[in-house]
Design a protein around this ligand. Structure first.
Ligand code: HEM
Length: 431
């Protein structure tokens, strides 16, 4: 069983065979069970370890044991020159590589869904690369932002392509993240011990949506300007909401200050936070392994297990190539318009709407257009998000490897809410 294999590895992974013969004291020993090192002095090898709390005079003061555990039990592992050099300095390298090599992915009729996490990661990498290139020419000021976008789009060699890739890849990343979230939800991949994968994933989704929201204003065009005006107004009705609106806008209205803030969040704060949570998410994926749907093992529906490295990763790579081809096709055939420059003094034109991934929430706000309706919508979003993020802790049945139809129903309701809301906005406003 892949997951169990992975789970057992901490205990099972032995330090690899010693390369060159070494004095017995330097022999690698299992982590945690490391023998006392005698490397410093032969005489001290005979000395008995002094218990840390031996002296009453030093009460409350931590006294480290004189004989310490071997800090680098894997230092004599059989490795190549480069890995060996790194291993000497980065003690845990060999066990980490050892671990990665053992990860396996279960194969069954739903394995297809395992590719969407990797695809989200792929489009995120495209965002980093194209975003950095756009940064070479973009200037986040009210006077220059729009003109720089026109310049990138029309003058900079391949600037149009980089901009289109960034805009399309953002949309594909959000789409992949949603598909990945719902597929892991319906496969109950969040169940014990994967609760933190779900929580870190949820934070990643919020950050991804944050990228979309903050990036929307950067071209400083009319549509983005007024959509940001509406979007940043939403918290106003909540307690303490005025403060949040001020914080987001940097003033009473959307203006140059807002652009600076959105830019700072888009290129510094959000990427930093994503890196942090992504590292945790991916580390958990490696440490806990990939789950299989409830009951599949017992029903004999698992066809086998595939090594993550290199087999599954190679298939992931094929998925990325297909994703890249689709991205290029969309960027070339369906370019995003720049629109007209924002003018805060003119009235908002008709048909202002946010990006498609906020349409369901936007529709709810429109449906609750009565006294107190906006506050009600905020309460619904907040409670909904809290319930959603806490699902792994509430779904006790799934954690006992039992089916949990109530949670499947919850997932279906959330999915239906999102699809219907999105479709209704599409019907009213078009694309
Ligand atoms: C920036 C966004 C995200 C990235 C780059 C990402 C990446 C990944 C990758 C590469 C995997 C392993 C392969 C796979 O099972 O698909 C994975 C697994 C997982 N992710 Fe995400 N993820 C993201 C967002 C999310 C979200 C929004 C959730 C849910 C709220 C989530 C929950 C999970 C879970 C539960 C697993 C474990 C799947 C299993 O064991 O079967 N992730 N993620």
């Amino acid at each position: 069983m892949a997951e169990e294999n992975n789970n057992k590895q901490g205990a099972a992974s032995k330090p690899p065979v010693a390369g060159k013969p070494k004095p017995p004291a330097a022999k690698p020993s299992a982590p945690g069970k490391a023998k006392p090192s005698t490397a410093k002095s032969g005489a001290s090898a005979k000395a008995k370890p002094v218990p840390a709390k031996s002296s009453p005079a030093k009460k409350g003061v931590y006294k480290p044991a004189e004989v310490r555990a071997e800090a680098n039990p894997f230092k004599d592992s059989k490795t190549g020159v480069v890995t060996g050099w790194l291993q000497e300095r980065f003690n845990v390298l060999v066990p980490v590589i050892d671990y990665l090599k053992k990860k396996e992915v279960p194969q069954h009729r739903l394995s297809f869904w395992y590719y969407f996490g990797g695809l989200t990661l792929f489009f995120f990498s495209i965002q980093i690369i194209t975003g950095l290139l756009l940064l070479l020419y973009y200037r986040p000021t009210e006077a220059e932002a729009f003109a720089r976008f026109v310049y990138i789009q029309t003058e900079v060699p391949f600037g149009w392509l980089i901009r289109q890739l960034h805009a399309w890849s953002a949309n594909l990343m959000v789409l992949m993240a949603f598909i990945h979230m719902f597929s892991t939800f319906f496969m109950k991949a969040y169940r014990k011990p994967r609760e933190l994968m779900w929580v870190s994933g949820f934070v990643l989704l919020v950050l991804t949506l944050g990228f979309g929201f903050t990036g929307y204003l950067l071209p400083w065009n009319e549509l983005a300007y007024f959509a940001t005006q509406i979007g940043t107004e939403v918290p106003k009705v909540a307690p303490g909401g005025d403060f949040i609106v001020q914080l987001l806008r940097g003033g009473e209205e959307v203006g140059g200050e807002t652009l600076t803030r959105m830019f700072a969040m888009h290129v510094v704060l959000l990427p930093g936070l994503v890196m942090l949570f992504l590292s945790a998410h991916l580390m958990l994926v490696q440490v806990l392994g990939t789950s299989s749907p409830i009951g599949y093992k017992e029903a004999g529906l698992i066809k086998g297990y595939e090594k993550f490295f290199p087999n599954f990763l190679a298939k992931d790579g094929i998925g990325w190539l297909i994703g890249f081809a689709l991205l290029i096709y969309l960027a070339v055939m369906f370019p995003w318009e720049i629109g007209v420059k924002a003018d805060p003094l003119v009235a908002a034109p008709d048909g202002i709407k946010p990006e498609w991934y906020f349409w369901a929430q936007f529709q709810l706000l429109k449906d609750l257009k009565f006294e107190g309706g906006e506050l009600l919508a905020i309460i619904i979003f907040t409670i909904g998000a809290l319930v959603w993020v806490l699902v792994p802790f509430m779904d006790k049945q799934a954690s006992r490897e039992e089916r949990s139809p109530l949670f499947t129903l919850l997932g279906l309701l959330v999915l239906a809410f999102m699809l219907i809301g999105t479709y209704r906005v599409y019907l009213e406003y078009g694309w």
